[in-house]
Design a protein around this ligand. Structure first.
Ligand code: HPA
Length: 274
């Protein structure tokens, strides 16, 4: 598995590099549910389907296109990954590992993660954004379980600065300068695919969480393992189960992601060039 995995990463790197020509992107962004619109702001865009890349995820969820858009965002070379795989889709972490490690192999240094999330705090409202300062992995799962791929990183990677403190500060400064309301907080990852129960939401609050979701934490762990810096932002699409009268559904998530998408796009647009 491991050597096939390394070969997939190398082959995917070659294909991407071959297609993006003179671009030298140092930043990549993974666009979460309903946040793919940022890719439309990329100039001179080159699109690469995940299907062309060996070992890449095959996506099954509405709102996740499954393609890389390479080009210039606000004058800066970037790779935007429209969609990623969640663990509830396959139980297999290799496609996500291939995707993130290919970024590293292709010269990426910083990974910007985004997701749709439920709020655990009354002051963090639907349609608002939250910079992720830390996470709680409540997925009952770690994507690095299994033989360590030493080619990519150490057996026991530290996560003391998983969400890069300097980049968090930078994101907050960019938000302030551009008048974008940006909360900060801790993201609690559940495995899904069911939404949480009200009791689980109360537990997540007591654990110190500020938002809940089903993604980004595996991406962050894989990225930190291979030495990428990570910064991330949640787009709040709902209050956690039981905190409001709304009935949760994926359609509801996608619909409400539109409310935060405009600020999110502006935030990333300004961040990459700052
Ligand atoms: N829980 C888990 N994942 C989510 C939520 C939620 O409330 N909202 C959007 N993604």
């Amino acid at each position: 598995m491991s050597s096939t995995h390394s070969q997939n990463v190398e082959r995917a790197r070659e294909i991407i590099r071959g297609k993006i020509g003179g671009l030298q992107p140092k930043i990549a962004v993974i666009l979460g549910s309903g946040l793919g619109g940022l890719a439309d702001k990329i100039k001179s865009a080159i699109t690469i389907s995940y299907q062309e890349l060996p070992g890449f995820p095959v996506l099954t969820i509405a709102g996740h296109a499954g393609e890389i858009v390479a080009g210039k965002l606000n004058g800066v070379d970037i790779l935007a990954f429209k969609g990623r795989q969640h663990f509830y889709e396959t139980n297999d972490s290799y496609p996500l590992k291939t995707m993130v490690r290919t970024m590293k192999a292709a010269g990426i240094e910083t990974l910007f993660l985004s997701n749709a999330a439920g709020s655990l705090q009354a002051h963090i409202k639907v349609g608002e954004l939250m910079v992720i300062t830390d996470h709680i992995n409540y997925m009952g799962f770690n994507p690095l379980v299994g033989p360590n791929d030493h080619d990519f990183g150490p057996r026991f990677p530290p996560l003391g600065d998983a969400w890069d403190p300097a980049l968090n500060q930078k994101l907050k400064a960019v938000a302030k300068k551009n008048g974008i309301s940006l909360h900060e907080g801790i993201y609690v990852a559940f495995r899904g695919p069911s939404f949480e129960t009200p009791a689980e939401i109360r537990m997540a609050q007591k654990m110190g969480g500020d938002a809940v979701g089903m993604s980004s934490v595996p991406d962050c762990i894989i990225a930190r393992h291979c030495g990428l810096k990570v910064v991330g932002c949640s787009c709040i699409t709902n209050m956690g189960a039981g905190l409001s009268a709304e009935r949760l559904s994926h359609e509801h998530t996608l619909e409400n992601a539109k409310r935060g998408a405009v600020s999110f796009e502006k935030l990333v647009f300004e961040f990459v060039a700052s």
